[in-house]
Design a binder for this molecule. Structure first.
Ligand SMILES: *Cc1c(COP(=O)(O)O)cnc(C)c1O
Length: 359
């Protein structure tokens, strides 16, 4: 069987070029006679891989020199705890609840700090992003937390919240490297790389230097202290070497294909193919208020659960796989990450048209 169009929300499609490079390097990485998986993380060879990955990420995102970048394990979920552990001083944090991932993050944070939910779109099952231009940010808030692209519900912030001078923390897992970002507007950015940049098992964390603290409560595990990871340059203990290597290849691929401006343009074009069809279809409907539509994750339904299930089954058989929606939302979801070619979106729409005609 050849390659399919894989619409999985994560772990997700990777660039074919990158996969070929991995295969090519597998038995003998650059004359070492071993794969990156078999290599000590304390070797010059691996330090080069790590150094290049960080440098390329800094270049792609335009990360200023007063921000530290490090790669850790534990997934997005672990950062839900690391955020309050590292940032709590006054003991108050403001969260904006735009769906599953921000909700999980705020529930975890409640173990360590007093959480105020200062805006929420729960009233309309998270189909929009609340107005964040003039929020009642607590004057003692240690930070304001957002999930910038909501993987499950398919929404994305149009504007960043007005945090009234407080530190902005953003989970950008499912939009990481999909478009340019102004890093200076954030105190902390993190992303589980398995959505748009690499294999599972790695999180890229970007933290402004002044937020890295030594004086954390004794209960904070050494490994969850950002300063430990930043000071050690991701090498405090054995990192996920393989995932760092694959991410490095993806960063390089993005650089060679035009950087984040070009990614954004391609992603907009690609998403438009599907959104335009959803707007005109009499069978399939998008689920999100238009102005907050995500470029990466696009949920849709027919309105009939059995028809949804049949669609997923037939799409799968046609090589358009993993279009089943998240169990919380139901229906379908097509994730159109960087590595999905526009032909994938076009093929999906052709298939939807045909399905609509025959059912
Ligand atoms: C997938 C996802 C997570 C969870 O990541 P894990 O690596 O499974 O812990 C967190 N936040 C967002 C926005 C996600 O899409």
């Amino acid at each position: 069987m050849g390659r399919v169009y894989n619409f999985s929300a994560g772990p997700a499609v990777l660039p074919e070029e990158v996969l070929r490079q991995c295969a090519n390097d597998m038995m003998d990485y650059k004359g070492t006679g071993m794969s990156v998986m078999e290599m000590s993380h304390r070797t010059k060879m691996f330090e080069d891989i790590l150094g290049r990955a960080e440098a390329d990420l800094r270049e792609l995102m335009g990360i200023p020199s007063n921000y530290k970048v490090f790669f850790v394990q534990g997934g997005g979920f672990q950062q839900f705890a690391a955020v309050p552990m590292n940032l709590t001083v006054n003991g108050v944090a403001d969260y904006i609840d735009t769906g599953n991932w921000s909700n999980k993050a705020l529930k975890e944070a409640r173990k360590y700090t007093d959480v105020h939910v200062i805006a929420s779109s729960e009233d309309k099952t998270y189909t929009y992003i609340p107005d964040v231009s003039d929020l009642s940010v607590d004057e003692n808030a240690d930070y304001v937390y957002i999930c910038q692209n909501n993987t499950i519900f398919g929404t994305k912030y149009k504007e960043l919240p007005n945090t009234k001078g407080k530190t902005l923390v953003a989970d950008v897992s499912s939009m990481f490297l999909s478009e340019p970002m102004d890093v200076e507007k954030y105190g902390v950015i993190y992303a589980g790389v398995q959505k748009n940049a690499g294999p599972a098992g790695l999180v890229a964390v970007i933290v402004r230097e002044d937020l890295l603290r030594d004086d954390l409560p004794a209960y904070v595990p050494t490994m969850l202290k950002w300063k430990t990871q930043a000071d050690a340059g991701s090498l405090y203990n054995t990192p996920n070497c393989w995932a760092i290597y694959v991410c490095g290849l993806v960063f390089d691929w993005i650089k060679r294909t035009g950087g984040l401006e070009a990614m954004k343009e391609r992603n907009e074009k690609k998403a438009k193919v599907l959104y335009d069809f959803l707007d005109e279809s009499s069978m399939f409907k998008g689920m999100v208020v238009k102005e907050y539509r995500s470029l990466m994750n696009i949920p849709f339904v027919t309105g009939d659960k059995e028809l949804d299930a049949l669609f997923c089954k037939e799409a799968d058989a046609a090589g358009l796989v993993n279009v089943k929606g998240h169990r919380v939302v139901g229906g379908m979801r097509a994730s159109l990450y960087n590595a999905m070619p526009i032909e994938g979106a076009q093929r999906l729409v052709e298939f939807m048209k045909e399905f609509e005609r025959t059912h």
